[in-house]
Design a binder for this molecule. Structure first.
Ligand code: HAM
Length: 414
């Protein structure tokens, strides 16, 4: 264990990375607000049952990926692997089940013990939206439209394709499950080890298998849409009709089942071919049964989450803020007064960065690196006369300016 390295699957967000993350969060928050989604936050850890019950014991996330531990009082806690179950817990524990709909936006770190690779981290970050209350298919369409809007505002929509499927209601899934098991049983020994296990625990997840031989077997497998109840079919048709009316395009993906067990009806993912194996940038769906798995009432809900790291990989570099002024003391005896002047200028609203060490040559180089238009240079003699020199970093011209008119002088420079 090398303690001066970050833990595997985690990484520091240095300023350039953090600027990209912040850009994703700001665009997403603003886009979500246009649909009426208000930002909220849940704790980073919850009682383990908040995730283990709704996400499903047979899901990979619960079976293999949670960071679960006992605190010093012996209480079983889990670092949140996702935000949806926690958001629903918050609806119930804050007594909001009678105050619906709620439209929530969130952003923050999530934790999954996965095998790290490009775009897959153990601590990663998500933005997400949850619409809790409406059972209407227009809710599903709204959530998808909100995802489209956010991806568009980030300039990455063109790099993705929307995959759409329905998991139907529980009657549809029950009928399909029986048919799928009957089909796959004949190939049990040819299935991958994971899929053989899933055949007994959660056969629908086999549809999501990446194994080539599984995919081969699945080619002729029964498809869920043929087992939909009339009500589930009508729900899905209405979602598609609304998407079509809004000119949102998609591909039908009968194999899309999502990795968490709480979904019913609509499931969708925006997938890119630009990030290798980790191509899903945004995914979600309807999860009407989740509240009940937490001991709450039946609460229709639909939502999505997107990986900030993946969106940042697809998006553009973000410019760092450039200071209005950099401050350079010409000699040590001027440093304290210049420090005080810097504090005053910041109080007046300027973005001012002090260069604290090095000889004059090194200080000028540092000032250039920061990209500021002007350097404020002063020695004790000038400060004694209430003056400073302002140097235009582009053309090298230098002007002596009285401290009281620095603001005016800067304004005149345009
Ligand atoms: P999810 O598909 O598990 O869904 O995650 C959503 C997104 O988070 C993924 O599409 C991906 O961009 C990102 N992501 C997931 N795992 C990782 C990882 N290990 N490293 C980097 N990025 C990752 C959910 O979490 C659901 N709560 C979405 C939802 C909201 N469904 C309804 N409401």
């Amino acid at each position: 264990m090398d303690i001066i390295q970050p833990v595997r699957g985690t990484s520091d967000l240095l300023p350039a990375d953090k600027a990209k993350h912040n850009h994703v969060i700001d665009c997403a928050k603003q886009g979500a607000a246009q649909f009426g989604y208000a930002e909220m936050a849940t704790p980073i850890f919850e009682f383990t049952e908040v995730f283990s019950r709704p996400l499903g014991a047979s899901s990979d996330v619960v079976a293999k990926e949670t960071y679960s531990f006992e605190d010093r009082g012996g209480t079983g806690l889990t670092l949140r692997p996702e935000g949806t179950a926690a958001a629903m817990r918050a609806i119930i524990s804050n007594g909001l089940t009678q105050s619906l709909p709620q439209r929530w936006f969130y952003a923050g770190p999530m934790f999954r013990y996965e095998r790290p690779q490009k775009g897959r981290m153990r601590q990663f970050h998500q933005i997400g939206c949850e619409l809790i209350g409406p059972a209407s298919p227009l809710g599903d369409a709204e959530i998808i439209a909100c995802g489209v809007h956010i991806l568009k505002s980030l300039g990455v929509l063109d790099q993705t394709v929307l995959h759409l499927n329905t998991l139907g209601d529980s009657d549809s899934r029950q009928a399909y499950r029986t048919a799928l098991i009957a089909y796959l049983e004949a190939y049990r020994n040819d299935l991958s080890e994971d899929s053989q296990r899933r055949l007994d625990t959660n056969p629908l997840r086999i549809l999501d298998s990446k194994s080539a031989s599984d995919r081969n077997i699945l080619q002729d497998a029964p498809q869920l849409h043929r087992y939909l109840t009339p009500a589930a079919q009508a729900h899905f048709d209405a979602v598609k009709e609304a998407l079509q009316a809004a000119s949102i395009t998609w591909v039908d993906d009968p194999f899309l089942v999502r990795g968490l067990d709480y979904y019913s009806h609509t499931a969708f993912e925006f997938i890119t071919d630009q990030l290798g194996a980790q191509g899903t940038v945004l995914g979600g769906g309807r999860y009407d049964g989740l509240a009940q798995s937490l001991g709450g009432p039946l609460l229709p809900a639909v939502g999505f989450a997107a990986g900030i790291e993946r969106l940042a990989l697809l998006g553009e570099e973000q410019a760092q803020p450039v200071p209005d002024l950099v401050l350079l003391a010409a000699e040590q005896s001027a440093e304290a007064d210049l420090f005080a002047l810097g504090c005053q200028l910041r109080a007046d609203g300027y973005h001012v960065v002090s260069i604290l060490s090095g000889n004059m040559g090194k200080k000028m180089k540092a000032a250039n690196r920061l990209g500021a238009r002007f350097a404020l240079i002063a020695g004790a003699d000038e400060l004694g006369r209430n003056c400073v020199s302002l140097r235009n970093m582009q053309d090298g011209t230098q002007t002596e300016v009285e401290i009281s008119v620095i603001g005016n002088w800067l304004a005149q420079q345009g």
